[in-house]
Design a binder for this molecule. Structure first.
Ligand code: G3P
Ligand code: MG
Length: 244
């Protein structure tokens, strides 16, 4: 079972920072999940929330701040003194950093409160520039965005995130016109039947977000392909999850 470090190793470092991504590589995770948004001047940057208020010493919406403005703020001190000076990473900086590693990257496209017209193109441009085509898969709650990515590149891997317990999940996927690589349901919605049908269709199933290793173990035995977790170190230390 694969271990995907959610927002980097965010259980031990400020989420979605280079510190969190370095820690995830150190822990030897299979994959890193990160959240991409566009700055006011159209640069893909890594941040979960639409605003920087929670994870920095600044305030405001990312889409209303230029990269230069965003870079002035500290994205580490809210988490702990040892992380003072962490800056918001750009997607480009993260891909450059990860080039020397062997981790794969789950890029989650964040939209809202504005739908950022060209985030898909900007994200793909960087994926191609650093030759990550075969090392990324793209997910989102915004399935229109996923459709756009799939239309732009029919080879790129797509992962549907489902935070709702849909009645006809696979009919929904069939109607979307997307042939996904994976589905990412909220872990408590995953059933044996769902796993069976997903695997018959050759879809991977990633459970999010599972920090309790004993819960992760249960899903491993059910047959999920990966867990998305803030606590990859706990999984590695458990000795149960040695996919690498
Ligand atoms: O992998 C799914 C997970 O990242 C989605 O939730 O809100 O943490 O981006 P969120
Ligand atoms: Mg995410």
């Amino acid at each position: 079972m694969k271990i995907v470090a959610h927002r980097g190793a965010s259980g031990y470092c400020p989420e979605n920072t280079l510190a969190a991504f370095k820690k995830a590589v150190e822990v030897n995770v299979d994959s890193i999940e990160l959240d991409v948004r566009l700055s006011k001047d159209g640069v893909p940057v890594i941040c979960h929330d639409a605003k920087i208020n929670r994870t920095s010493n600044g305030t405001g919406y990312i889409h209303e701040l230029t990269l230069e403005e965003l870079k002035q703020y500290d994205f580490g001190s809210w988490y702990g003194d040892e992380f003072v000076g962490e800056r918001i990473p750009t997607l480009e900086e993260v891909l450059v950093f990860l080039q020397e590693s062997d981790v794969t990257v789950n890029i989650e496209i964040k939209n809202g409160p504005v739908i950022q017209g060209n985030i898909e193109e900007e994200m793909l441009r960087l994926v191609y520039k650093y030759d990550f085509n075969d090392r990324v898969w793209i997910s989102s709650f915004d399935h229109h965005s996923l459709k756009k990515v799939a239309d732009l590149d029919k080879h790129i891997k797509i992962g549907f995130i489902f935070h709702m317990n849909l009645i006809n999940l696979f009919d929904y996927i069939d109607n979307s016109g997307i042939d996904p690589y994976s589905i990412h349901p909220n872990y408590f919605y995953i059933t044996e039947e769902m796993l069976k049908e997903a695997h018959q269709r050759n879809y991977k199933v990633f459970a999010y977000t599972v920090d309790d290793v004993t819960v992760g173990e249960k899903y491993k035995h059910m047959g999920v392909d990966g867990v998305v977790t803030n606590k990859p170190l706990a999984y590695k230390q458990s000795g149960l999850f040695t996919s690498k």
